[in-house]
Design a protein around this ligand. Structure first.
Ligand SMILES: *Cc1c(COP(=O)(O)O)cnc(C)c1O
Length: 400
């Protein structure tokens, strides 16, 4: 018997605010009703703000972030096209694998798990590509497996410096609506996210923001696609409709979550993620443990991947936390299995939740055999949360 709350400290699916859950509890409705666009057109506008784009086109496919990856690739590239990617964690690895399966020629740069996008190496390869054989550059903005945030703006800069006209793809699944992301300023052509991370919803929507240049590419791209065809989606979206049944409940939830983000202010949402993440990081440092991220400039404000001490099995930490303390932590993925556990501090979070995560992790670590002082991480985070004024006052969330 589990009593009380089961805590979700994983980097997706994230906690769904109660008001968002309630907003989804609506009767089924006709997705071809004359007023259906009243809901959907506002969502496209709201998502443009979240991606920080004025000229980009939003598309929502029933699916997950992985589906949005596939939509981005199949609509804009041709079989055999050369693309430049870096692999530094499980999600960037899976994106490489998908690109290969779909028949792209992937020039993959392997860097240590814990590093970010190798901007200098990208610059070198792009500079050497005089014949413009590279058709797209892929960046995993926030590598959720390692807790590393890469510098997308720097990738755009090196592309511009060598006048390279490849498309810039960005996986923003665990960064959009939580870590600073700027589609237009950074010249991103295809940005991808899912509903179950920063947007605080259940899984079920694969969301893209597509630049004019990428849309133009989609008019000539010859890779096969059917379900994910941009042009079918766009034709119907113009009036707020979809080419097939949209998950209407999720759309109602999205309305509410976009309202919450707007009420708090996107800049404040991003500042809150930083503030909460910094407290968690201080807690981890006080335990004497280190992050997978190699350098503080790479630290992710949405997830911390923590190396457990030698002789401790991170799988045990996670199992104990779940079975004994009703708390889910993220596991170490692929080569990090057993060596790492992750704390997700993404979405609808606050100080109390982060302190709870640290407190329960301390107990699970000790039970799993780690030499961690009870209260050490909690105290370090408390010190940060209690003494640092909030960067900007959070706005009250309007009448709900
Ligand atoms: C979660 C995640 C994905 C996968 O998204 P799904 O919605 O599970 O398909 C891809 N990339 C990153 C960076 C993620 O965090």
């Amino acid at each position: 018997m589990r009593t009380g709350q089961t805590h979700l400290f994983i980097p997706g699916p994230t906690n769904v605010p109660e008001v968002v859950r309630q907003a989804m509890n609506v009767p089924m409705q006709d997705m071809r009703a004359p007023d259906f666009g009243d809901l959907t057109l506002g969502l496209f506008a709201g998502l443009k703000d979240v991606f920080r784009t004025k000229t980009g086109q939003i598309m929502m496919f029933p699916g997950s972030g992985t589906g949005a990856w596939e939509a981005a690739i199949t609509n804009t590239l041709n079989p055999g096209d050369k693309v430049l990617m870096a692999r530094f964690g499980q999600f960037s690895h899976l994106w490489v694998e998908m690109a290969e399966r779909l028949g792209l020629t992937v020039e993959v740069i392997d860097v240590p798990w814990g590093a970010g996008v190798p901007v200098n190496e990208f610059a070198r390869r792009l500079g050497a590509d005089k014949a413009s054989e590279i058709k797209a550059v892929f960046v995993t903005h926030n590598e959720t497996a390692t807790g590393v945030t890469s510098d997308v703006a720097a990738v755009r800069r090196v592309m511009d410096e060598c006048f390279h006209d490849a498309l810039l793809f960005v996986d923003g699944v665990s960064s959009v609506a939580s870590i600073d992301f700027r589609m237009d300023d950074w010249g991103v052509d295809l940005a991808v996210t899912g509903s179950q991370k920063g947007l605080m919803l259940p899984a079920g929507l694969g969301i893209l923001a597509v630049s004019e240049k990428a849309l133009e590419a989609s008019r000539h791209a010859t890779m096969r696609r059917a379900y994910f065809e941009f042009s079918d989606m766009l034709r119907l979206n113009t009036d707020g409709y979809f080419p097939y049944t949209p998950p209407t409940q999720l759309l109602h939830g999205l309305r509410k979550s976009l309202d919450r983000i707007a009420a708090e202010g996107l800049d404040n949402v991003i500042a809150r993620h930083h503030r909460l993440a910094e407290g968690v990081r201080r807690g981890i440092a006080a335990w004497g443990l280190s992050l997978v991220a190699e350098h503080r400039t790479l630290y992710s404000d949405t997830v911390s991947a923590i190396r457990v001490p030698e002789g401790v099995d991170a799988r045990e930490v996670i199992r104990i936390a779940y079975e004994d303390f009703n708390a889910s932590f993220g596991s170490g993925l692929a080569r990090l299995a057993g060596k790492v556990f992750r704390i997700g501090h993404l979405g609808d979070m606050n100080e109390g939740m982060c302190l709870t995560a640290l407190s329960l992790a301390e107990m699970a670590l000790v039970r799993a055999g780690a030499d961690v002082q009870f209260g050490s991480g909690v105290a370090a985070a408390q010190d940060w949360y209690a003494t640092r004024p909030k960067v900007r006052q959070q706005m009250p969330i309007a009448a709900e």
